[in-house]
Design a protein around this ligand. Structure first.
Ligand code: FUB
Ligand code: ZN
Length: 671
C-alpha cells in the first residue's frame, strides 16, 4: 500500500517480499494452511455466509427477523450473529487476498471468488450492503450509527476490496466496495446526513480507497468523518435521545438490546458521553486516549493515514499527544491496551490491572496499524519499536501455535481458567489476526519517499526485490531473531545502486556491533536516543554484506510505581520478548513464586528445540512460599513464612496456554 505524499517512507509492497524465517515462516504457513481454512468453516458454521445467502435469495424481513443472540437456525431461519457479523467475512477476504498476493493458491482463489460473487448478489442496486438491515430492519438503515456498525462493516468491505484488487488486479470486489462507498458518500456529509460511526474504521478504509482509485471525494469523506466526531451536539446524542425509535431497539446483543447497549456505553448520569467512541471532544482537543481501545486505534490509524495526505498541524499535535499518553501511561508491557472489560477500553493513567486486563487482540492489531502509519509519516524508530513489541507479545499471544485457537482477551495473569477458543459469537479477533499474519511482510521494510533510503525495521528472515527511486534493490536478510541478536543483510541486485541503508537499532539494545563486508563500522554501546538507526550510505553492489550483532541480555523490568498492580513485582524481557511464568514449568503453584533480590535475578537463556516448536526459556533462581506451612492461618508474621529455593522458568508470553491448564503471570512478586 503506497503512503501519502506527506509521508517520509512507505512500506515495501508485500508482493515484493518473500519470507524465509525460522520463527515467523512456520506461523505464517500455519496461518495460510490452517487458520484461513478453519476461519472459512467458522463463517459457515456461525451463519455469516448464510446471512449473505438469505439476502441474495431475497428473504424478507418477516421471514428473518427476531434472531436471538447465538441463534443458529439455518438458512431458512433468522438473521444470525451480532449486527456486525458481515465484517468477519470481509476480514477473512482481506486475509485470503494477502495470501493470494504472495502465492499461487488456486483453491483459495476459487473460494474467494465464490464469496465475492455472493456479496455482489447480496448488494442492493443502490450499493447498500449490510445483512442485518437487509434482513431484519430494511426501513431503519442509518438510524442507529452509535451501535449498529453499518459504517464499520463498510470499512472492512473496502479494506478487503483494496487488498483483493492489489493482489489479483481483479475489480469484482472493488466494484462492490465502491458502490457501497458511493452510497455512503451520497448519504453523509455537509449536504447529507450529519453522522459519525459509533465504531471507527470507515475513515482508514476511505483513505485506502482513495489511494487505489484516485478519487478525491473518498478522502474528503474520510476527513468529514474525522472532523464530525466530537462535535457538540453529537449526532450520536440525538440517536440516544430517541433510542426506542431507532434501529436495533429489539435486537439482542450481548444479553441486552441494542438500545440498552447504547445507553450503557454512551450515557453517564443520564447525559450523553461520547468518550466510549472518542466522540467527547474534537480529536484536536483530546488530551488522553479514551474509550473503547479498538475504536480508538482504528480512528487514530485513519487520522494518521489522512495526515499522510493532507497537512494539519493541529491534528498532528493531537495525535502525538495521544500516542505519548498511551505509551507512557496506559499500555501494558506487552504492548496490549485496554484495562477494562465493560467497555473494552482505556480507563485512567497507570490503571493496568493484570488479571482483569482486557488487552483485546484487535486492539493490539489496531495499535500496530496506527504505529505503521506513524512510521510511514515520520520514519521515526519509536513507532517501529512499538510494532515489534506488540507483534511479538500483545498480538502473537492471541493465536495458538496450532493456528485454530484464539484469545480475544489477553490478561497478564490468570489462575488457569482462561483459554483460547476456536471462535466467538463476537469474532472480531480471529480474522483480524489472520489478516495481520498474512500481511506480515508489510512491517519489515520501508522505502524512503525520497527514493534514496531503504529501512530495515523488523528482523525477519526474508528477501526483497523492489524499486527504490531509479534503482532496483534486492537483498536477503537472515536473522536469528527473536532468540539471538545476529542479523545478516546481503545485497543481491545486479546493478549497483547508491542509497542509504537504515537498519533499526531496537530500543532494548545496549550494545551493537556492525560490519560492512567484514569491516567494522560500529562497535558501540548504545548511549543515546540518536542511535536509533544504523545508517550506511554507499553504492551497494551484489555481494555486499552488512552484519549486525545486538546484545540480547535478560532485562529485569520494574513498572512505574504508580502502576499499583505491578508494585513489588518484576517482569522479564529478553530482546523483543516479554516473558511469563506458567504452572506447566513448575512443581509448585505459580502464585507461590517470588524473586528474592531483583538486582541479583539473572536468569539464563536456554534454547529448547522441542518446546512449542523451539523456544528459548529463561531459568533463574527464585523462591517459593511453602503452602504446607499455611494451613492454620490466613496471615502470619513474615519471619514465620517458609520459603524454599526453587528454579523459576519463564517462557515467552506469546507461548502461554499452549500446554496443560494452569496459572500464569507476567509480573512476578519480589520478596
Ligand atoms: O464492535 C466490533 C468489534 O467487536 C470491536 O472492535 C471489538 O472490541 C468487539 O466489541
Ligand atoms: Zn477483537
Amino acid at each position: 500500500m503506497p503512503a501519502g505524499p506527506r509521508a517520509t517512507a512507505e512500506s515495501v509492497p508485500i508482493s515484493d517480499v518473500e519470507l524465509d524465517d525460522d520463527f515467523w515462516t512456520p506461523r505464517v504457513e500455519t496461518n495460510r494452511e490452517v487458520t484461513i481454512a478453519h476461519q472459512y468453516d467458522q463463517l459457515e458454521a456461525n451463519g455469516c455466509l448464510a446471512n449473505f445467502r438469505r439476502v441474495a435469495r431475497g428473504a424478507t424481513a418477516d421471514e428473518t427477523s427476531g434472531g436471538q443472540e447465538g441463534d443458529s437456525s439455518g438458512e431458512d431461519g433468522a438473521f444470525e450473529g451480532p449486527m456486525f457479523i458481515d465484517s468477519d467475512a470481509y476480514k477473512w477476504l482481506e486475509a485470503a487476498s494477502y495470501v493470494l498476493a504472495t502465492g499461487e493458491e488456486p483453491d483459495l482463489r476459487e473460494r474467494v471468488n465464490e464469496v465475492i460473487e455472493l456479496l455482489a448478489d447480496a448488494q442492493e442496486d443502490d450499493g447498500y450492503l449490510h445483512t442485518y438491515f437487509q434482513l431484519v430492519e430494511p426501513e431503519m438503515k442509518w438510524t442507529n450509527l452509535a451501535v449498529m456498525h453499518e459504517l464499520y462493516c463498510a470499512g472492512h468491505l473496502i479494506e478487503a476490496a483494496v487488498a483483493h484488487y492489489r493482489a489479483t488486479g481483479s475489480e469484482g470486489l472493488l466494484d462492490v466496495a465502491r458502490a457501497f462507498a458511493d452510497h455512503i458518500d451520497r448519504q453523509f456529509g455537509p449536504d447529507g446526513q450529519n453522522g459519525v460511526p459509533g465504531h471507527e474504521e470507515i475513515e482508514l478504509a476511505l483513505v485506502k480507497l482513495y489511494r487505489v482509485t484516485g478519487e478525491e471525494r473518498y478522502l474528503d469523506l474520510a476527513e468529514y468523518f474525522v472532523d464530525a466526531r466530537g462535535q457538540d451536539p453529537s449526532p450520536l446524542a440525538d440517536e440516544l435521545a430517541n433510542v426506542e425509535e431507532i434501529a436495533g431497539a429489539d435486537f439482542v446483543h450481548h444479553g441486552q438490546t441494542a438500545a440498552e447497549g447504547a445507553r450503557n456505553h454512551f450515557l453517564r448520569d443520564g447525559e450523553y458521553d461520547g468518550s466510549y467512541a472518542q466522540d467527547h471532544l474534537p480529536l484536536r482537543e483530546q488530551e488522553t486516549v479514551e474509550g473503547h481501545a479498538v475504536r480508538a486505534m482504528y480512528f487514530y490509524t485513519g487520522v494518521t493515514s489522512l495526515l499522510q495526505e493532507r497537512d494539519d498541524e493541529e491534528l498532528w499535535t493531537a495525535i502525538q499527544r495521544l500516542w505519548e499518553n498511551m505509551t507512557t501511561k496506559r499500555m501494558y508491557v506487552t504492548g496490549g491496551i485496554g484495562s477494562e472489560h465493560e467497555h473494552e477500553g482505556f480507563t485512567e493513567d497507570y490503571d493496568l490491572p493484570n488479571d482483569t486486563a482486557y488487552a483485546e487482540t484487535c486492539a493490539a492489531i489496531g495499535s500496530i496499524f496506527w504505529n505503521h502509519r506513524l512510521f510511514e509519516l515520520t520514519a521515526e524508530r519509536d513507532y517501529a519499536d512499538l510494532i515489534e513489541r506488540t507483534l511479538y507479545n500483545g498480538f502473537l499471544a492471541g493465536v495458538s501455535v496450532s493456528g485454530d485457537r484464539f484469545f480475544y482477551v489477553n490478561p497478564l495473569e490468570t489462575t488457569g481458567d482462561h483459554h483460547r477458543k476456536e471462535w466467538f459469537y463476537v469474532a472480531c479477533c480471529p480474522p483480524n489476526a489472520a489478516r495481520l499474519l498474512a500481511s506480515l511482510e508489510r512491517y519489515i521494510y520501508a522505502r524512503g519517499t525520497d527514493g534514496e533510503t531503504l529501512y530495515v525495521n523488523q528482523f525477519v528472515g526474508s528477501s526483497i526485490e523492489t524499486e527504490l527511486g531509479e534503482d532496483t534493490v534486492a537483498l536477503t536478510q537472515s536473522t536469528a531473531m527473536p532468540w539471538e541478536g545476529e542479523t545478516n543483510i546481503k545485497f543481491t541486485h545486479d546493478d549497483p545502486g547508491a542509497f542509504e541503508l537504515r537498519v533499526r537499532i531496537p530500543e532494548w539494545v545496549t550494545n551493537v556491533e556492525a560490519t560492512v563486508n567484514g569491516e567494522t563500522i560500529a562497535e558501540t554501546n548504545v548511549p543515546s536516543a540518536s542511535d536509533d538507526y544504523l545508517s550506511v550510505e554507499r553504492t551497494w553492489e551484489a555481494g555486499d554484506e552488512v552484519a549486525l550483532s545486538f546484545s540480547q541480555p535478560v532485562e529485569v523490568l520494574a513498572a512505574d510505581p504508580r502502576v499499583r498492580d505491578d508494585a513489588g513485582r518484576v517482569a522479564v524481557r529478553r530482546g523483543p520478548l516479554v516473558y511469563c511464568v506458567e504452572d506447566a514449568d513448575h512443581s509448585v503453584p505459580v502464585e507461590t513464586l517470588a524473586v528474592s533480590d531483583p538486582d541479583d535475578f539473572d536468569p539464563d537463556p536456554e534454547h529448547d528445540p522441542d518446546l512449542l516448536g523451539g523456544t528459548t526459556v529463561l531459568r533463574g533462581e527464585g523462591t517459593a512460599s511453602d503452602l504446607d506451612t499455611w494451613t492454620d492461618s490466613l496471615y502470619r508474621s513474615v519471619d514465620r513464612v517458609n520459603r524454599t529455593e526453587t528454579e523459576i522458568v519463564a517462557i515467552p508470553y506469546f507461548a502461554w496456554d499452549n500446554r496443560e491448564d494452569g496459572a500464569m503471570t507476567v509480573w512476578i512478586p519480589t520478596t
